[in-house]
Structures are given as structure tokens and as C-alpha cells.
Ligand binder design. Structure first.
Ligand code: M6R
Length: 604
């Protein structure tokens, strides 16, 4: 959460603002910059989105600067106000700090610093870092930051600049990501790779406890003991264009339209002669053959992808798969041994609770397989093995293409595991390869009709999503999408649970989104739909293209292609993304940056 960008080298004020703009999806309560110009430290910040900061800097954007740091905030300590916006400064106003994360001992530190005479002006935890650096500064900024970080408890990625030190900018990290890239114009650091793609495709990720000293022509990384470390470069093959809207009104819609390509890219190089191959884990074949239990750990949409995996794998063979949200898993007394496989799913690879769950598993001697989209992210570096989904950067806060990429890879993984245990699923493999075209055609042909249905339901403030079996996770995911971008109270339920309580909510003002595709549980779903109709609820049903049974029973239908039943999560998932998008768009909401949310949740 929150975004950090900074550089030292040839640049102008606008470069800081543009860098931040590419990180805005990380948090957008307020934004600010600090830069050095003719030996002066200038700090400007403003509540609101990066464009508010751009307006504030209007007329000064072209000013040449030698170094600067910038921040877009997702508030944790203190309301989103100009004063609480970053950068935060020390008493001398010579040190400016931007910070992602939470300083857990900030109150103790603030009390101690106050008693030493420091004066605080904000409610942020970040301000203690600026005063601590002031306390330890003896002319060497790197050393002051290094010593200050030793006093900090909690999580941080920080960028620090000092009015009197013109030739360096310092960055430090603990459990909150930072990436460094360099080119002929300077050296750059950011909280994710998105603003660095235009700098260089070869980047270095800071590790926990490390501190980087950025100079115009080089950068050096050290442990917090002061010991230098060798730089390890990762190559990023993301396309710069993929971080732009490409003619769509919102990134979310662009990313939905990328889904056919995302499925193909997730399959590339992983299918041969009707079989799934995973070079990344082939040395684990013996281990996989012997596993008895799988723990799947994830949050939000990634958690829903994990649930789809459970249902799909269980179709292939009975298997003990437990899917748990990371924020619960990490505090449980979990069972882990060498016959348990732990799968951590995270688009960003930076979700704090998922990382802590991984650390728990590893401390118990367990093995972790990561499913992620971000090369070099913390998860991929801490896990034992990683399967990338290769979806390209996902900018919209609401996850869409990453979900489709995750379930594609998870289907392959389930088939791969079952192959190792003796199964043969060449027909399934062939069906997966046909999906990109089916999905492309589905989006093109059904987009408008889904929009019309969304237009009709835009006035409702509640929605109940129901499904069964492998389509139950789709109900949860559809409800999450509607909730997070349209602010509609949407709940997802197993259809069979309705009569155990939630049905009490239903009436003509509380519509139902029912997933009633042609599968083994269709008749059971129809009974549930009739129960909701009997309570006067309006029902939108997602049905298979050839269905003739359900359409006459409900108010509206969304038709998805006729498919093998295990493939419905792909098209149902996309239909529900389009529905949520159109409801939010009709309400004229900020779809890519919904209120109170941020793209990667790097705080616990
Ligand atoms: O990066 P991750 O996959 O670990 O993120 C997990 C959730 O924070 C994320 O899926 C969130 O629920 C999205 N906003 C859903 O659209």
C-alpha cells in the first residue's frame, strides 16, 4: 500500500509526478514530493489524487532537479490531510522522508523524541523516522538512516533526502518492497517495477533489512550492519504499453479484454503432447507424488482462485485441500510436514498476511509453491518454487485478468499433480487450449447484453450471489467485484445455505445473481432459484448458451458458452467482472481506484 518513487540524476519535477502517477493504484489519499534544487529542499504535498499534486505544481513541472522522492498515500496513521501526507520532515526541515508500511513502536519513539525536544506536527508514524534520522545525523545521511532503522519495529520502505547532501538519496526496506533500476540519466527506486519499466528492464529488489545508497552514476546496497551486498539483477519482460490504458476508459475494462491473451500466455510452454509440463517444479515430482495434503493460502480474489483449485482438483481425485485466507492461517496451529504442499497465491507477491503465512510454514519446515504475477516479488523470493501467471501488470485495483491467469495456472497444476499420480487428462488439456478463443468470442458477443442487464440493476443497493460446487467460488468473487468497485452490498453464498438464514434478506428490493449453468448441480440450483423467486426477489441467472429451462423462470439471463462443466469458472468469472464494471460505470465511480482500497495490501 502506498507508492514510493525517487531518483537522483538528470530530471525535472514532472518526472516525480509522472512516476507517482504510475503508482497511484497503490494508494491515493494524498500525494507529495520533495526535491533538491540549488541546495534547497522543497517539499510539496496535497490531499487527493496525484492529479491534485500535479495542479499544485502547475507552472513548476518543467523545473530541472537533481534528486527527489515522491509518495502516494493510503492512510494508516492519521486522516488523509495535507499535514499527514508524505514527505514528512524533521525539526530542521532539512530531512524529508517518504514511507510505506507501519511503524509499530511509533508511539514509544515519538514520546522519547518529544522528551528530547523534537516537535511533531502530524499524526503519522512516518514522522518519527524523520526525527530519528535527525537525531542520528552527523553529516553522513546513509549512516543516520542505517542507525535509525535499527530503532524501528514494524514494516517500512523508506526514501530519504537531505538538503545538505546533494549527491545521494537513501532507501531502506523491511517487509515492504523497493526496487532499483539505473540508466544513463540516473538511478531510480520505486515501490514496484511499474514506473521503472521505462528506466531499465534489469532491476534489483532490496531484501529485508537492506539499505541502498543511490548516486547519480551508481547504487550500492548494504545490510543494516553496514556490510555491503552484491547486487542481483532480475530481468522484467513487461511491456511498457501494458501499463497504459490503450484507448479503454478504465484499466479494469482493458484488463478484462486482455483475458484471452492471459490464458494463452499462462499455457505457453506448459503443454506438450496432451500433457502438462512444469519445468519450474519438475525436480519436485517425487515429492508431489507423495503429498497427502495441500494448504492453499491467499487473500481476496486470490483466495477465490484457490477455492476454484480445490473444487477442480477434487474432480480429478479425492484430495485433502484446505483453502484458508492468509490473515487466519498465519495465527493457526497448522499442520505442516514433508507430505504437505503449501501453495501461496498472490498476484502482487507482496500481500503482508500471505507473506507471514509463508514464513510460518517455512519455520515449520514446510515447502511453499508460489503462484504469482510479479517477477522478483517478495513472495517469489521467499517461496521454494514459483509458477508465474505471466499476465503482465495489473493496474486496476479490482483484480480481473490476474484471477483468470491464476485459475489457468492452477488448473494446469492440478492436472500436473494428477498426471504424476497416474491420471491422464489429455482431453482436459486440449479443452484448456481452446479457451482463449472461446473467451474472446464470448466477451465480444456478450459484452453489450451484460451491460444492458447491469443498466437495469444499477439502482439496487443489495445483491445476493449464489452458486454451487465449482461455481460457488465464482459467486464469492462476483460479489467481491461488485462490492469493491460499485459499493453495492453484495454477498456470496453457497446456494444450499440460503435457507439456513440469508434467505430472510430477500424481497423485491434484494436481487439475486444465480449461477445456473449446465452442470451436475443444475437441478439443485433451479430449486434454489425457485425459493428466491417465491420471496419476490428479482433473479439474474447465468446460464449456458443452450439452456431453455432456466430463462423462463427468472427475470434476466446472462448466457455463457456451452462448456465442459469444469470450465465454467472462466466464463462465469468474466461475466461477473463485466456486470460489476458496468454497474460501477453507470454510477460514474472511480473504477480503477475504488475508495479505501489499494492494489497490494502490504500492511497486516
Ligand atoms: O496481490 P494479492 O493477490 O495477494 O492480493 C490479494 C487481495 O488483496 C486482492 O485480490 C483484492 O481482494 C483485490 N482488490 C480483489 O479485486
Amino acid at each position: 500500500m502506498c507508492g514510493i518513487y525517487g531518483f537522483i540524476g538528470e530530471g525535472k519535477v514532472e518526472d516525480l509526478v509522472n512516476g507517482l502517477k504510475k503508482l497511484e493504484y497503490r494508494g491515493y489519499d494524498s500525494a507529495g514530493i520533495a526535491f533538491l534544487k540549488s541546495k534547497n529542499l522543497i517539499v510539496e504535498k496535497r490531499t487527493g489524487k496525484v492529479d491534485a499534486l500535479r495542479s499544485l505544481m502547475n507552472g513548476r513541472l518543467e523545473e530541472r532537479i537533481n534528486a527527489g522522492i515522491a509518495h502516494t498515500r493510503w492512510a494508516t496513521h492519521g486522516m488523509p490531510t495535507d499535514i499527514n501526507a508524505h514527505p514528512q520532515m524533521d525539526c530542521t526541515k532539512k530531512i524529508a522522508v517518504v514511507h510505506n508500511g507501519i511503524i509499530e513502536n511509533f508511539a514509544t519513539l515519538r514520546d522519547a523524541l518529544t522528551s528530547e525536544g523534537h516537535i511533531f506536527v502530524s499524526q503519522t508514524d512516518t514522522e518519527v523516522i524523520a526525527h530519528l534520522i535527525e537525531k542520528y545525523f552527523r553529516g553522513d545521511l546513509f549512516e543516520a538512516v542505517r542507525v535509525a532503522t535499527l530503532d524501528l519495529e514494524g514494516t517500512y520502505a523508506i526514501g530519504v533526502i537531505h538538503a545538505d547532501i546533494e549527491d545521494e538519496v537513501i532507501f531502506a526496506r523491511r517487509k515492504s518492497p523497493l526496487v532499483i533500476a539505473a540508466n544513463d540519466f540516473g538511478t531510480y527506486c520505486a515501490s514496484d517495477v511499474t514506473p521503472l519499466i521505462s528506466v531499465s528492464r534489469d532491476v534489483v529488489f532490496l531484501e529485508d533489512g537492506q539499505i541502498a545508497r543511490l548516486k547519480r552514476n551508481k547504487f550500492e546496497i548494504f545490510e543494516n550492519s553496514g556490510k555491503p551486498v552484491e547486487n542481483h539483477f532480475y530481468h522484467i519482460n513487461w511491456d511498457e504499453k501494458s501499463a497504459e490504458k490503450g484507448g479503454y476508459k478504465h484499466f479494469m475494462m482493458k484488463e478484462i479484454h486482455e483475458e484471452p491473451r492471459v490464458i494463452s500466455d499462462a499455457l505457453v510452454g506448459r503443454i506438450k503432447d496432451g500433457k502438462v509440463i512444469f519445468e519450474e517444479i519438475k525436480d519436485w515430482n517425487e515429492y508431489i507424488k507423495n503429498i497427502r495434503k495441500i494448504n492453499v493460502i491467499a487473500c481476496g480474489t486470490s483466495f477465490h482462485a484457490g477455492l476454484v483449485f480445490k473444487y477442480f482438483l477434487e474432480r480429478l481425485r479425492p484430495f485433502d485441500v484446505e483453502v484458508e485466507v492468509s490473515s487466519e492461517f498465519r495465527y493457526r496451529n497448522v499442520f505442516v510436514d514433508d507430505r504437505v504442499l503449501n501453495i501461496a497465491i498472490s498476484q502482487s507477491g507482496e500481500t503482508a498476511d500471505t507473506l507471514e503465512s509463508v514464513r510460518l510454514v517455512k519455520s515449520l519446515g514446510g515447502k511453499v509453491l508460489a503462484i504469482s504475477n510479479v517477477v522478483g516479488s517478495t513472495l517469489t523470493r521467499e517461496a521454494d518454487r514459483t509458477l508465474y501467471i505471466n499476465a503482465g501488470p495489473e493496474i486496476s485495483v479490482a483484480s480481473t485478468k490476474a484471477y483468470i491467469g491464476q485459475i489457468t495456472v492452477l488448473y494446469l497444476l492440478a492436472i500436473y499433480m494428477d498426471q504424476l499420480m497416474g491420471g491422464n487428462h489429455s482431453e482436459m488439456v486440449i479443452n484448456l487450449t481452446k479457451l482463449p478463443e472461446i473467451v474472446d468470442n464470448f466477451i465480444l458477443t456478450q459484452e453489450d447484453s451484460i451491460k444492458s442487464i447491469a443498466d437495469k440493476y444499477v439502482g439496487y443497493t443489495n445483491f445476493m450471489y449464489i452458486g454451487r460446487g465449482i461455481n460457488y467460488p465464482s459467486a464469492l468473487e462476483g460479489a467481491l467485484k461488485l462490492k469493491e468497485i460499485s459499493y453495492t452490498n453484495a454477498v456470496g453464498y453457497q446456494a444450499g445455505e440460503l435457507k439456513h438464514g440469508p434467505i430472510a434478506l430477500l424481497d423485491e428490493k434484494f436481487p439475486v445473481m444465480a449461477i445456473v449453468v449446465d452442470d451436475e448441480l443444475k437441478d439443485k440450483m433451479i430449486s434454489n432459484v425457485l425459493e428466491t423467486k417465491a420471496r419476490n426477489a428479482q433473479v439474474v441467472a447465468i446460464v449456458s448458451a443452450s439452456d431453455r429451462k432456466v430463462s423462463s423462470l427468472v427475470n434476466d439471463v446472462i448466457r455463457v458458452p456451452d462448456l465442459e462443466s469444469y470450465l465454467y469458472p472462466f466464463v462465469v468469472g468474466i461475466a461477473l467482472q463485466l456486470f460489476a464494471y458496468n454497474v460501477a460505470n453507470d454510477r460514474n465511480l472511480n473504477i480503477d481506484m475504488p475508495r479505501n482500497l489499494a492494489k497490494s495490501v502490504t500492511v497486516e
